[in-house]
Design a protein around this ligand. Structure first.
Ligand code: NAG
Ligand code: NAG
Ligand code: NAG
Ligand code: NAG
Ligand code: NAG
Ligand code: NAG
Ligand code: NAG
Ligand code: NAG
Length: 404
């Protein structure tokens, strides 16, 4: 990817260079010191431009391949334009101006179009781990497997990607639509609605920090780039690209934020992210024990307001002004209360009855990793999980150890 672009830049450059008319540069010859020819001048300029392009591209390349990104300034404390007198938190003792953030690889995608192909999908690993577990890798593979036209980006937050991990190598090798990207949060948040929240509030103090960061980052990512967001514990079982601008119902009273699609600059996402920033602080004093206040509950309350309805059944395409709410079966065919059914070893006399819930209305299966991570998975078993993995993430399945 990075080297492709490099070649493209260079050929663009030489093309335009070839069309330069040297005779137009008489004025320039008169400005040059004695002994300088136009050719020498142009040659030096060319070298300088190449050098700058090279430096830019190598930063880009470093970022893409997951080596640590060099951070020029802590954006929490550098001085914001235009007056350079305050940092993002309004403190007046800052000294150096904030540099421009670097563009990321998915800025290059044609996200403004509404078509089924060439779209981005995102997974975000926020826990600070530079690798994927087998179960996470299975989720990533299943999405890439069923949606060859999606670019499946796995974002690793503030950590280099551990490229010695076999399953990551497998994914890169088998799928040309999987992209592993290490992002620097400081840069990623620059100039966004989350920047102030991130640098200037005490969001890290409460419990579930990783979770709260993840809740905010998914909204921000869709706001910035548009596309699909998936939690790392959803096994896709059929293509998702037919569906646009949606979240999915979890049960009678709630929606989830585990799968979201939004076109670039979708107004509902703008509303939701504003809600995230505005209402986050209340969690400390009032909702401190309510799980999901900044996540599933946020989506539910924001959509209730957006659609101007009170109950979930009324959240429909028309009142929701083009936003969709997919039924429970779409991504939550197994309720989290029944999570264990995915992992039990069925009796030999019962195997035929398994996976009855896997109808053709299921797009993906939420595995509820937070609840299920300690349930062992036996590769040679007939657990529901294994039957899903064998079919929908074949290369991770074959790389997996006996128990995972
Ligand atoms: C700016 O002031 C704050 C306290 O208001 C202090 O914590 C911080 O270290 C100062 N920063 C610099 C760069 O002096
Ligand atoms: C993938 O995109 C190509 C065109 O780019 C299109 O012909 C094809 O139908 C798409 N496949 C799916 C599954 O959407
Ligand atoms: C990468 O992961 C492997 C285990 O899969 C571990 O042994 C190794 O230390 C990790 N490397 C880095 C740089 O974290
Ligand atoms: C907690 O929230 C409720 C309803 O939102 C409100 O009536 C109550 O005053 C709040 N309590 C505190 C201590 O903020
Ligand atoms: C983070 O989120 C959880 C669950 O949504 C919540 O209980 C917790 O209080 C939140 N932490 C902060 C600092 O808001
Ligand atoms: C919301 O719905 C109520 C009736 O249920 C209606 O009176 C009100 O005007 C609606 N608000 C908007 C902004 O459409
Ligand atoms: C399968 O066998 C087990 C133990 O032998 C028994 O408890 C269970 O009821 C049987 N299930 C069916 C559907 O026959
Ligand atoms: C499955 O593997 C486990 C250990 O990994 C072994 O104990 C068990 O006998 C195997 N079962 C079958 C049916 O092969």
């Amino acid at each position: 990817m990075a080297s492709d672009n490099n070649t493209k830049d260079q050929s663009l450059f030489t093309d335009s260079g070839r069309h330069l008319n040297i005779r137009r540069f008489g004025w320039l010859r008169r400005q040059l010191p004695a002994g300088w020819s136009i050719t020498k001048f142009l040659l030096l300029t060319t070298c300088a431009v190449y050098f700058i392009l090279f430096i830019q591209r190598s930063n880009h390349f470093l970022q893409h391949t997951g080596y640590p990104v060099q951070v020029a300034a802590d954006r929490g404390t550098c001085c914001l334009p235009p007056d350079h007198s305050q940092d993002i938190c309004g403190r007046t003792n800052c000294t150096s101006p904030c540099p421009q953030p670097k563009p990321l690889v998915f800025n290059e995608r044609p996200t403004e179009s509404n078509v089924d192909h060439n779209q981005n999908a995102f997974f975000i690993e926020t826990s600070g781990s530079g690798l994927l577990t087998m179960r996470q890798a299975c989720a990533v593979e299943s999405l890439a497997f069923h949606n060859p036209n999606l670019t499946v980006n796995v974002l690793f937050v503030d950590v280099p990607i551990n490229k010695s991990v076999f399953v990551l190598q497998q994914l890169k090798e088998k799928y040309n639509n999987i992209r592993l990207v290490s992002i620097n949060l400081n840069e990623y948040l620059a100039g966004t609605v989350l920047e102030h929240w991130y640098h200037c509030t005490d969001w890290k103090i409460g419990s579930f920090q990783v979770n709260n960061l993840s809740n905010g980052l998914r909204l921000l990512t869709l706001q910035k780039y548009g596309g699909y967001y998936f939690d790392l514990d959803i096994i896709s079982v059929r293509p998702v690209t037919f569906y646009h601008n949606f979240v999915a119902v979890q049960d009678a009273t709630s929606l989830n934020n585990d799968v979201i699609h939004a076109d670039l600059k979708n107004p509902f996402i703008e509303t939701a992210i504003q809600d995230f920033v505005l209402n986050f602080k209340q969690v400390f004093s009032n909702y401190s024990t309510i799980w999901g206040h900044n996540g599933p509950i946020l989506i539910t309350r924001a959509l209730r307001k957006w659609c101007n309805v009170t109950d979930i059944e009324s959240m429909d395409y028309v009142p929701c002004r083009g936003f969709n709410v997919l039924p429970t079966t779409s991504f939550h065919p197994v309720h989290y209360g029944q999570m264990k059914t995915l992992f039990v070893q069925p009796w030999a006399n019962e195997t035929g009855a398994r996976l009855a819930w896997l109808t053709d209305r299921v797009i993906g299966v939420h595995i509820w990793n937070k609840l299920s991570k300690n349930q062992p998975i036996y590769k040679n078993s007939t657990q529901d999980y294994i039957r899903l993995a064998r079919t929908h993430c074949p290369s991770v399945f074959s790389a997996a150890p006996d128990v995972f």
